[in-house]
Design a protein around this ligand. Structure first.
Ligand SMILES: Nc1ncnc2c1ncn2[C@@H]1O[C@H](COP(=O)(O)OP(=O)(O)O)[C@@H](O)[C@H]1O
Ligand SMILES: [Mg+2]
Length: 300
């Protein structure tokens, strides 16, 4: 899996090097959490690397977004707009269903295979514009599929209701469809502001299991603080596990033994950080010794 830099300072090391290329990331958060800032940083990083960028706005107009981006410190944004590497699609006030089904494919045809970065900010109106769950899911699937033809996408999602409740329809469906889900947990209680970033899921990538404090700083966007637990890429634990398991090799069928050892060869200490190795050896032996017995009977 090829990784690209997210552009969000401090995030790449939490995602095993960056965002997977040609994936879709959904960034969830309440108003003011920093979703648009995240999205802008993502596009900016791609533009700096010479890639094209597409900003699909579903609620604010182009001028407003550019104005806010400049205020946040993206002072050279006009250069990218002028040379055509940054393109805006103002879909606010449009019929999203019509936009996604008819206008977007035409656009995708022109940008196909361009390794661009795409932002959809925010995704929420797409859900609101359709009634049934099935149609919501179908429309979102189409949108995410189309953006993958162009490159790598970040979509933002408005979080309503109580903080941390990700069970609403408008959240669950995009979360399910996305490859990567990042939750910006933002709250203001009394005078205290709390900002924490959590990677809820990320297909085909290791990622931090922790919540990380972040701040928003003009000129840099989100600054995410790194891990509090050092994650080791060494292979001591899987190797030790393999040695311990070797004593029980005859308890496993040949096929299972091969699967286990192949898996262990691809893992490292990070994967076993919370695992009791002795317990795991016992559990593996228990799990598979019965399996072997069954197959032996079947085969015999
Ligand atoms: N000019 C600025 N300088 C520093 N921080 C800013 C500036 N403008 C906005 N912010 C911070 O960014 C936050 C809003 O970020 P934004 O990306 O618009 O949030 P969202 O899209 O999630 O509603 C604000 O709450 C504020 O803390
Ligand atoms: Mg926003």
């Amino acid at each position: 899996m090829r990784k690209i830099k997210s552009g969000v300072v401090g995030l790449d090391s939490l995602l095993d090097g960056g965002i997977n290329e040609n994936s879709t990331t959904v960034v969830i958060g309440t108003s003011g959490a920093g979703k648009t800032t995240f999205a802008a940083q993502f596009l900016r990083r791609g533009l700096e690397a010479g890639n094209d960028a597409l900003f699909v706005s579903l609620d604010e107009n182009q001028n407003q977004i550019i104005k806010e981006a400049v205020e946040m410190g993206w002072t050279d944004i006009h250069g990218y707009l002028d040379d055509g590497s940054l393109v805006f699609i103002d879909a606010s006030g449009k019929k999203f269903s019509k936009f996604i089904r008819h206008e977007l494919p035409t656009f995708v045809e022109q940008w196909k295979g361009s390794e661009s970065r795409i932002v959809v900010d925010p995704l929420t109106p797409v859900i609101w514009s359709t009634e049934g769950r099935y149609e919501q899911r179908e429309l979102l699937m189409l949108l995410l599929k189309e953006t993958k033809n162009i490159g790598t996408a970040v979509c933002t999602l408005e979080e309503h209701g109580s903080r941390g409740d990700l069970s609403g329809n408008e959240i669950v469906i995009p979360m399910y469809l996305a490859d990567c889900v990042i939750h910006l947990k933002y709250s203001r209680k009394g005078g205290a502001t709390s900002r924490l970033l959590e990677i809820v899921k990320c297909r085909n990538s290791r990622h931090s299991p922790l919540s990380h404090p972040y701040t928003i700083v003009k000129g840099f966007g989100l600054l995410v603080q790194g891990r509090t637990r050092r994650i080791s890429q060494t292979k001591k634990a899987p190797q030790a596990l393999k040695r311990q398991l070797q004593k029980y090799e005859t308890s496993f069928s040949k096929r299972v033994w091969k699967n286990i050892t192949t898996s262990l060869d691809n893992l490292n200490d990070e994967d076993f950080a919370d695992v009791d190795l002795t317990q795991l050896v016992n559990d593996l032996v228990t799990t598979y010794s019965e399996e072997k017995g069954k197959n032996a009977k079947k085969n015999g």
